[in-house]
Design a protein. Structure first.
Length: 211
């Protein structure tokens, strides 16, 4: 039975490590590959550079030299930026993370925190915040659907990496769809709570009870 990964560096760092295991790269190239392969995660520019510091500290990567650097350059990596390769320790660490059981993720999203901490007087504005998030997610979902339809038409059945990337994108599609449904449910609950805590609503309830 797989064990939980020890000392996880965080999801972003593990992915950067996996990309380096896959192919020696510099940070610019890694940021591009993050955007291409994991676009829905919205990694910010510079994610690879920030991750690389910790990966270097832990001995998971090192500066590539000689044939490795020339090979990476031949794959489209230009300029004087340092090219990194995975050490054996890094390969072992990535393999451990790859096959470890996933722990239950914490409730850590900003919107979750805002909802948990809002007060009755915050409810009208919170309804609008959730509605705005719903609109944004719907736009992302529709854009992803369009890209998936386009990719499906030209998908090369012999290109393994492209097929795996397509599978990930279908998972993103399901995630966004479920996210929209969750936001719709949350907005409905918040609207009900908003009506419950409105002074006028409470007054009408008292009058009906007295009558």
């Amino acid at each position: 039975m797989a064990q939980l990964a020890r000392g996880s560096d965080g999801f972003g760092r593990e992915i950067v490590l996996g990309l380096v295991v896959e192919q020696p790269s510099n940070c610019y190239q890694l940021d591009r590959r993050l955007a291409e392969r994991f676009g829905s995660a919205s990694y910010s520019e510079g994610t690879a550079r920030h991750a690389m510091g910790r990966l270097l500290e832990r001995g998971y990567v090192r500066s590539a030299g000689g044939a490795d650097a020339r090979m990476a350059a031949g794959r489209g990596i230009r300029g004087r930026a340092t090219v990194y390769e995975a050490t054996q320790t890094g390969v072992d660490r990535f393999t451990e993370w790859m096959w470890a059981s996933g722990s239950t993720p914490p409730v850590r999203e900003e919107l979750h925190a805002k909802i948990a901490l809002c007060r009755p007087g915050d409810l009208p504005r919170m309804v609008e915040v959730v509605r705005e998030a719903e609109i944004v997610c719907t736009g992302k979902f529709e854009g992803l659907n369009w890209r998936l339809r386009s990719r499906r038409r030209v998908l090369d059945p012999e290109d393994f990496r492209a097929r795996m990337s397509f599978v990930v994108s279908t998972g993103d599609q399901a995630w966004w769809e479920n996210r929209i449904k969750w936001l719709q449910r949350v907005r409905t609950v918040l609207e009900d709570e908003c009506n419950r805590y409105q002074p006028e609503s409470r007054s009408r309830t008292v009058i009906r009870q007295m009558g």
